[in-house]
Design a protein around this ligand. Structure first.
Ligand code: HEM
Ligand code: HEM
Length: 167
């Protein structure tokens, strides 16, 4: 029984902060990748790493969830907000890069990373997604900001061990 764990398993902590790094890299390099240049290349690579880390994190969650620190909630509403936020964050990790790929795939017939052409099958979508990818990406970034703010409130105002559990 590991319910008294104070910290997330090390590998979960690593995956959590790696995700943050890739999300930030994708966000701050964001522009249409077809405009060329290093920013577009970085956007696709960092964004795709976010997608890959979604699956790694789902695997880690299922493998280690019984070792996650137990959370004590002040109210039923706080518990629901916590669960909903976690669901949104995981959903964003999957949906934002996927929508990015579908956008690229529907507007381009090909794309090269470091001069290497990517397989044609990645460019067969003809869904017209408009601005849905940037829109959902910005909502996702806002939620991440709120999640980070909540962690800082725990650390500096409530002075509990929530932030330490992820370090
Ligand atoms: C967490 C990952 C990602 C985030 C946060 C993100 C965020 C954004 C944002 C904010 C924009 C708008 C940029 C602007 O117009 O100034 C954008 C554009 C774009 N992104 Fe991503 N993106 C991510 C992953 C990806 C991936 C994996 C691809 C796949 C190739 C991609 C493809 C695109 C495309 C094609 C556009 C241009 C869309 C348009 O002009 O309508 N993104 N992204
Ligand atoms: C500065 C940015 C961030 C800070 C300070 C932060 C802080 C934390 C802390 C303290 C925890 C442990 C408490 C809890 O379970 O809620 C946590 C968990 C979590 N964080 Fe973050 N985080 C940040 C960025 C992100 C990003 C970019 C994502 C991805 C979308 C994310 C997704 C999660 C998820 C899903 C959990 C639950 C544990 C898990 O399933 O791995 N966080 N975060």
């Amino acid at each position: 029984m590991t319910a008294s764990n104070k910290k997330f398993p090390q590998v979960v902590i690593f995956a959590h902060w790696a995700t943050l790094l890739f999300v930030l890299a994708a966000y701050f390099s964001s522009q249409s990748p077809i405009e060329g240049g290093w920013r577009g290349q970085m956007h696709v690579i960092a964004g795709s790493l976010v997608f890959i880390f979604f699956f790694i994190r789902i695997f880690l969650y299922m493998r280690f969830k019984d070792q996650f620190p137990e959370v004590s909630f002040m109210s039923g509403m706080q518990k629901r907000a916590f669960q909903l936020m976690k669901l949104f964050l995981y959903t964003g990790l999957f949906a934002v890069p996927l929508l990015g790929w579908l956008t690229l795939s529907s507007t381009e017939a090909s794309f090269s990373l470091f001069g290497m052409g990517l397989p044609e099958v990645l460019f067969s979508s003809n869904a017209d997604l408009g601005d849905i990818h940037p829109l959902i990406a910005n909502i996702f970034m806002t939620l991440i900001g709120l999640h980070a703010l909540a962690a800082l409130i725990h650390h500096f105002i409530l002075k509990d061990d929530v932030l330490k559990s992820m370090r």
